[in-house]
Design a protein around this ligand. Structure first.
Ligand code: IVH
Length: 674
């Protein structure tokens, strides 16, 4: 009898889970593919939360194509190899409209007609990916590799929200292999580089490199944060379904729920194809993603077959590559910028020139070796290009324009800002000023320390920092807390009110949480996130200073590189002195604890997984801490609650397997008494 009731409860839940999956897939498609949502985010989340709770109660109902399984799996060590079902070809290029004409002449000659229908598509600048759906379910995602064998990036591709994990087809083919381009929007690319800059990591030169780098991450959780997207532009191998043209197959793929570019179009003549190319060459900057050309494909499969393929590329398609937006200008000088870590970055000072819609007057030269390799000399006429139309770079000097008056760049042996020694360790590309009191380094440090995501001292911007340092009012960040209002009145254009405001902003900043202080100190490799992990784990700066290497590396996500950097930082006498003087000035060095009477989560441990919609992750964690609990990033047997948001990751599975209490966001809200 009991078994019967159980089976029917499971049956009902299975039915509802199926319904929810369909609903979620439908609305996900409306949002991410059609860009026309029908319901609010909160309503969407309700469906997801309901599905999550059913799956939590009946883990046997979790299927790989469930929308809750987008970010799953543990990080892997390598990518497996996958053999493509049909070869992934490349495209022949045309670099001018003249070369396009040659292509058209050849195909009309081979086909014996000038009546050739063609499809024009945008050539999105990303990474080619092959996908396999078995009976409509997404099973494999792979890179191109050598065209025959690629790398298995199934889990990474799964994080792409516009990809349906189950096709919208009544009768799906047994096997459907499709091809497309995974890419990052310009906006997303910018954001990734901003984050990398903050962490002192090298920047991606263009969205394609960033997309390739993201797809090659071994941890799908990191990939999911990159918000990759993907256009599907063609078929690989298909079983049981016949199409007569490329256009027809694109319509089929669109109906199946895949994201097919809305910018593709059919053309009937060479003139129309030219017009498409010229239009997008002109308008490319208005698109939210980067394109580097147009792909033109013969539409009819019969004609495609007649034309055939070479060993590398089809003879029925061509990529018209836009001319890269390059200009020549004069390299007036090479300036050295001293960063917060003392790193010296050579920057080209250029005679201003307009490229891809904006004026360029500076370009990074990366490092000394790069300047030598390109043989760039001061006074050279140089070709400048905007890589991915975003970061300007010097491609090459124009040797024919050399007059003999050009000057080779010499890396100075003394820092241009302080005259201190410049050291370039053997095997490293970066030269650094090693004077810890270098004013340029101190300036960058002060700006970082007072910045919004650090101690957030309102009113302490670049101009004020310059003056404080120039007038000798501060020599390091601790001095900020010993400034008097009278001293501040010595700052240019600083009246009574401004000085008072800065004084109180400095005062307020003393109470910032420990994580902000740790970030503000500018320890190499300690970004905002790592600072939070450290603050959570150690609770006070003294405990962190005293922590041995093993204890630091035991913190999830913190590896040897970060741990070494932390230890070296605190070993430095000067840094210890700064911390002591910050302490004496009253800067909080402990994790802020709320008053005991308001606790409630005393000693309890919470883990959040998935995208929260009612709170930001940091707010939710702060609430837990304010109630005496601990927010941790990894699950163990000691975890009390796992709070799940949208698209939870493998932590959810782990919580299920360890039998830890799983709650939705709204339950969490009730728990905190809201
Ligand atoms: S068709 C056999 N269509 O360009 C046809 N490729 O330079 C092969 N690409 O490897 C590709 N947008 O990564 C095609 N609409 C589009 C494309 C496209 C971007 C990329 C693709 C390919 C590369 C060839």
């Amino acid at each position: 009898m009991r078994g019967g009731i159980f089976v029917s409860a499971l049956g009902d839940s299975a039915k509802r889970a199926e319904e929810l999956k369909n609903l979620i897939n439908y609305h996900n498609h409306r949002y991410h593919v059609l860009d026309s949502p029908e319901i609010s985010d909160a309503e969407y989340d309700e469906f997801v939360n309901e599905l999550i709770s059913i799956e939590a109660a009946y883990p046997e109902l979790i299927t790989p194509d469930s929308p809750t399984q987008r970010i799953g799996g543990e990080p892997s060590d390598t990518f497996k190899s996958v053999r493509h079902r049909s070869r992934m070809l490349s495209l022949a290029n045309a670099f001018s409209l003249g070369e396009l004409t040659t292509f058209f002449n050849r195909i009309s000659n081979d086909l014996g007609t000038e009546q050739i229908e063609m499809v024009c598509e945008l050539k999105v600048d990303g990474v080619a990916v092959s996908l396999v759906f078995e009976h409509g379910i997404y099973v494999v995602g792979a890179t191109r590799g050598d065209g025959e064998i690629g790398e298995d990036i199934t889990a990474n591709v799964k994080t792409i929200q516009s990809l349906p994990l189950r096709l919208f087809l009544e009768t799906a083919p047994n096997i459907l292999e499709v091809r497309g381009e995974a890419y990052l929007s310009k906006e997303q690319f910018k954001q990734i580089n901003e984050e990398r800059e903050e962490l002192g990591q090298p920047l991606f030169a263009n969205p394609r490199n960033a997309a390739a780098g993201s797809l090659r991450q071994l941890d799908p959780k990191i990939v999911s944060k990159r918000n990759l997207d993907m256009f599907i532009y063609g078929l690989g191998s298909v079983s049981g379904t016949e199409f007569v043209s490329h256009w027809e197959s694109l319509q089929y793929l669109k109906t199946a729920g895949l994201k097919v570019s809305k910018y593709s179009g059919k053309v009937n003549s060479v003139q129309e194809a030219y017009a498409y190319c010229e239009y997008w060459q002109e308008k490319r900057h208005s698109l939210p993603f980067e394109i580097d050309g147009v792909v033109i494909k013969v539409n009819s499969y019969e004609q495609q077959e007649k034309l055939g393929t070479t060993s590398k590329a089809p003879r029925w398609a061509i990529a018209y590559k836009f001319p890269a937006e390059q200009r020549t200008t004069v390299l007036l000088d090479i300036e050295l910028n001293v960063g917060r870590t003392g790193a010296l970055t050579p920057t080209a000072i250029l005679e201003p020139v307009v490229i891809a819609g904006s004026t360029v007057s500076r370009a990074t030269l990366h490092n000394e070796d790069e300047i030598r390799r390109k043989d760039i000399r001061i006074g050279d006429t140089v070709i400048v290009q905007k890589a991915g139309d975003i970061i300007p770079e010097i491609i090459t000097p124009v040797l024919s324009k050399r007059t003999g008056n050009e000057r080779e760049f010499e890396m100075p042996t003394a820092c241009p800002a302080c005259g201190g020694d410049i050291v370039r360790p053997v095997g490293e590309a970066v030269a650094r000023c090693v004077n810890i009191n270098c004013p340029a380094v101190v300036f960058e440090h002060v700006i970082h320390f007072a910045g919004r995501s650090a101690m957030d001292i309102d009113g302490l911007g670049e101009s004020v920092a310059h003056q404080l340092l120039d007038k000798g009012m501060i020599k390091d960040v601790a001095d900020i807390y010993y400034l008097s209002k009278e001293q501040l009145l010595g700052i240019e254009h600083f009246a009574d009110k401004a000085a008072e405001n800065l004084c109180s902003a400095i005062e307020v900043s003393k109470t910032r949480p420990l994580s902000r202080l740790l970030f503000a100190l500018g320890i190499r490799h300690v970004g905002a996130h790592v600072a939070e992990l450290l603050a959570d784990r150690f609770g006070s700066i003294d405990r962190l200073v005293a922590a041995p290497y093993e204890e630091i590396t035991a913190v999830p996500e913190i590896g040897p590189r970060i741990a070494e950097s932390i230890i070296n930082f605190f070993r430095e006498e000067r840094n210890r002195r700064v911390i002591e003087r910050l302490r004496q000035a009253g800067v909080s060095m402990e994790q802020e604890k709320m008053e005991t009477k308001d606790l409630g989560f005393d000693g309890m441990s919470f883990v959040f997984t998935g995208t929260l919609t009612l709170f930001t992750r940091s707010d939710a964690e702060a609430i837990v801490k304010s109630k005496g609990g601990r927010a941790s990033s990894s699950i163990s047997k000691k975890t009390d609650y796992v709070v799940v948001g949208k698209n939870p990751g493998s932590k959810y599975d782990k919580a299920v397997s360890l039998g830890i209490k799983i709650i939705m966001e709204d339950e969490f809200k009730r728990l905190i008494g809201e």
